[in-house]
Design a protein around this ligand. Structure first.
Ligand SMILES: *Cc1c(COP(=O)(O)O)cnc(C)c1O
Length: 383
């Protein structure tokens, strides 16, 4: 498809991928694991073996690359596979800077799994560029990793500022943009070198695929090494999953807009609620990241927010126990709304307050979501 088309058009038409042989509007799923060599032993069509590359995966990657304005995108078998492949692609020993408030699974790996691979991490408050800069060790720091908005407090990092700090130290900047999605944020245009997505979340949007993505500003040595790791570690996405992901992507823009609008309505409704201590949503002016979010996000502040329930952990858990429209489950970014007591999930060392409930807003009627939470809060208090 022509490069000047808007994201909505690229998404609706799956990047223009059609089957040239039959004219099928929905491209076929390429499930072959192996490919015919040319008589002179070459692989001129660019495919040799399914652990390295796959045409259905390529089509989905091309759509994501154009949405992120990337030189190329790589799809992985999960968000964690994408993230850890990038860290393992750094030349080691390597020091990295990462946020204290971030996806807990990756924080745990950075602290407990990564050191045996020659990686050491310094965790900082990534809403402060001064803290990021102070943690950088010139010559040693190879990567600054940020997540914005970041789980589960929706902390905002100034991507442009973090990119300047990284580049001045000869390091790269990677942004976990899972929650922002390419609809709301384009980190590469702000100076980031790599964008990571848990495609399990908004990109697929239907809670039926585990997938991850890395989008690179340049096809540089970091890209080459990440691609090699994907092949050698066997971490590529399967073609069936890539096809499901592409189907989900076709409506990304509609879902995200609807989720942003509903999240804002819910945030405003509960912001002054007598049973709510605090609403954490970067779209509220009371949120410490509001000004930066308003500058670097376009068209909304995302579909994720957290509420802190008066009465502490017990009342928070009782509230989650009493919902019926919201579903008590982990994960986020699907069409169905989810509620989760995050501190129980994250365990020790988590910056998540015990009275916090994380809300992933789906595409249901916002009135039903608000009424369900109101009922749950009322019955949690009466117990
Ligand atoms: C879920 C998630 C991940 C991990 O992705 P998986 O697909 O579950 O491996 C990383 N970052 C964020 C922000 C996430 O929400």
């Amino acid at each position: 498809m022509s490069a000047d088309l808007r994201p909505e058009t690229i998404l609706a038409q799956a990047g223009g991928a059609m089957d040239s042989e039959t004219g099928a509007i929905v491209p076929p799923i390429h499930i072959s694991t192996t490919y015919l060599r040319d008589p002179d032993n070459q692989y001129r069509k660019g495919f040799a073996y399914g652990r390295a590359d796959n045409a259905t995966v390529r089509q989905t990657e091309a759509v994501l690359a154009s949405l992120e304005g990337a030189a190329d995108c790589l799809l992985f078998s999960s968000g964690m596979a994408a993230a850890t492949s990038l860290f393992l692609a750094l030349s080691r020993p390597a020091h990295v800077v990462a946020p204290r408030v971030m996806y807990w699974g990756l924080r745990n790996w950075l602290l407990h799994g990564a050191p045996s691979h020659g990686l050491s991490a310094t965790l900082v408050d990534a809403s402060s560029l001064d803290e990021i800069a102070a943690a950088v060790r010139p010559g040693e720091t190879k990567l600054i990793w940020v997540e914005t908005p970041a789980n589960p407090l929706w902390t905002i990092t100034d991507i442009r500022g973090a990119a300047e700090i990284a580049h001045a130290a000869g390091a790269s900047l990677a942004v976990d943009s899972t929650v922002a999605t390419p609809i709301l944020s384009r980190p590469l245009a702000e100076g980031a070198d790599v964008v990571m997505h848990s495609a399990t979340k908004y990109l697929n949007g239907h809670s039926d695929v585990i997938a991850g993505a890395l989008a690179f500003a340049a096809k540089d040595s970091l890209y080459d090494r990440a691609r090699g790791i994907r092949s050698h570690h066997g971490a590529i996405l399967g073609p069936m999953e890539a096809s499901l992901l592409m189907r989900g992507l076709r409506t990304l823009h509609l879902r995200v807009r609807s989720q942003c609008a509903a999240a804002m309505t819910i945030a405003q409704h509960f912001a002054k609620h007598p049973q709510i201590e605090e609403v954490l949503y970067p779209g509220l002016e009371s949120h410490p990241g509001y000004a930066v979010a308003a500058r670097q996000m376009r068209g909304g502040f995302g579909g994720m927010l957290s509420i802190r329930v008066k009465g502490g952990e017990k009342t928070a858990i009782a509230t989650a126990a009493n919902v019926s429209v919201w579903k008590r489950a982990t994960s986020l970014g699907g069409v169905e709304s989810l509620i989760e007591h995050r501190a129980s999930v994250e365990g020790e060392g988590s910056p998540c307050p015990p009275d916090l409930l994380r809300l992933s807003v789906g595409i249901e009627a916002v009135e039903d979501l608000i009424a369900d939470l109101e009922r749950a809060l009322a019955s949690a208090v009466s117990k």
